[in-house]
Design a protein around this ligand. Structure first.
Ligand code: FAD
Ligand code: SF4
Length: 401
């Protein structure tokens, strides 16, 4: 991209867009936060929904773009290693076992970075995201657990420049990281570390309420939820109780429009541009899934190796039939009665895809759904917006017109 130095007149003149005003990506905006800062003047090149440039940015971040002939690269992006891991002493209240928070804390404690971009919640609402630059382990711990809503993590970019920080860790999801990589050279940093999580089916705060209201038995007491590898949504409530709802029993007809249009048109589920990705979907139930994309990612992982137990990734089953059969259901928003959904959940859990095959199942299902969404709603964007790797993945299936 055209280099404009942080001190150039063009940069100084640029102004953040007003809160609530229409963003350049219009309804596809994922509220990544870039436009809340004067970095908005890079938006046409940097925005993940205006200018898809994953292969170019992979090259910039990892020294090469993914090899489309290698199945693991095609699906999971550029990487040196993958593994399943969990903390031997999990962090209480973390989303999984707290590997993300632990890495961030080690990086601060060892002086590798001066600050960490992460997202806490507001005092009045546990799910309302509040991006911060954490400077202490306590600040990082206060950001643990997912805020399962669109979060303007990049809204702190101006503060980074003003603080004079030179070494920074950013934690974020794919669309935030794509915009960050695009403006990375303009931030005046000596070293940027990027710790990513996978992300899919995100929602606005209002959308989250609809999801909770239609899915949980007690929406107001939910403190945490996750779509897990056992094909169930797991909710945790304030009193410590757990509630599970099978995927196939979700009220898809009422949830059809709940996911943000940005997430319905996203093909960066696996956070291709982070140095290290920490998720769960390629790991056995109860474990986290780690994808080390480059040497910087390995350096970050090495900091917490002694806090982890690990095992190699595994893959079992064949997803193709399940994906093909779920395409019309996704498309029409069909909901099974709860007894049938439970039964289907049990059968799928017993014989269904596991480990990396589960991750491929989830990627295939979302990419086919999102491909149809873009084709129907933004046909002019189809060619540029959908990366080649996603076109190949979708190309394995018969799609309805
Ligand atoms: P913790 O130590 O609890 O730390 C969580 C970190 O997430 C915090 O540092 C916080 O800053 C950051 N964070 C919280 N909310 C947001 C947000 N809205 N945007 C950006 N950063 C945020 N993994 C999968 O394998 N498959 C998925 O489909 C998937 N979907 C996800 C959707 C969202 C919106 C998010 C935020 C994460 C998703 N993940 C997914 C990742 C997974 O849920 C865990 O976050 C990850 O495994 C880290 O767990 P942990 O216990 O190490 O994290
Ligand atoms: Fe701006 Fe980010 Fe929205 Fe794109 S997604 S329009 S960069 S705030």
């Amino acid at each position: 991209m055209t280099a404009v130095s942080p001190n150039s007149p063009q940069h100084k003149k640029a102004k953040a867009l007003k809160p609530g005003s229409r963003r350049p990506a219009k309804e596809l905006c994922s509220e990544c936060g870039l436009c809340d800062t004067y970095y908005v003047h890079y938006v046409k090149e940097a925005c993940a929904f205006i200018n898809q440039q994953i292969p170019e940015l992979e090259e910039q971040a990892h020294g090469r773009s993914r090899d489309l002939e290698r199945d693991d690269d095609l699906y999971f992006g550029v990487h040196n290693t993958m593994m399943a891991a969990r903390k031997t002493q999990p962090i209480e209240g973390a989303q999984w076992t707290g590997i993300v928070s632990s890495i961030a804390i080690e990086m601060l404690n060892r002086g590798l970075v001066e600050g960490v971009v992460c997202v806490q919640n507001t005092e009045s609402d546990r799910f309302q995201p509040m991006p911060v630059i954490a400077r202490t382990p306590e600040d990082i711990l206060a950001a643990r657990v997912n805020k399962p809503t669109l979060s303007p993590n990049l809204s702190v970019l101006e503060q980074i420049e003003q603080s004079g920080m030179k070494r920074l860790l950013v934690i974020g999801v794919g669309c935030q990281i794509q915009a960050l990589r695009a403006v990375q050279a303009q931030l005046g940093l000596e070293k940027l570390y990027v710790l990513g999580t996978p992300c899919v089916d995100n929602v606005t705060r209002a959308g989250l309420q609809t999801f909770l209201d239609t899915t949980s038995r007690s929406p107001e007491t939910v403190v945490y939820y996750e779509f897990m590898q056992d094909f169930r949504v797991h909710f945790k409530h304030e009193d410590g109780s757990t509630e599970t709802v099978p995927f196939f029993g979700l009220k898809t007809n009422q949830l059809k429009n709940v996911f943000a249009p940005s997430c319905m048109s996203c093909f960066d589920y696996v956070n291709s541009l982070a140095d290290l990705v920490v998720g769960y979907m390629g790991a056995p139930f109860g474990w986290q899934w780690l994808v080390v994309r480059n040497e910087t990612g390995q350096e970050m992982l090495d900091l917490v190796q002694d806090q982890l137990e690990t095992q190699p990734v595994m893959s079992q089953g064949d997803r193709h039939n399940a994906v093909q059969q779920s395409i019309p259901a996704y498309d029409k928003g069909v909901t099974l009665p709860m007894w049938a959904a439970k039964l289907m959940g049990v059968v799928i859990e017993k014989i269904g895809p596991k480990g990396l095959e589960y991750a491929r199942f989830s990627i295939d299902s979302h990419f086919t759904r999102n491909y149809l969404y873009v084709k129907r709603n933004y046909p002019n964007k189809l060619a540029q917006h959908i990366p080649e790797f996603a076109k190949r993945i979708v190309g394995q299936y018969n799609l309805p017109k």
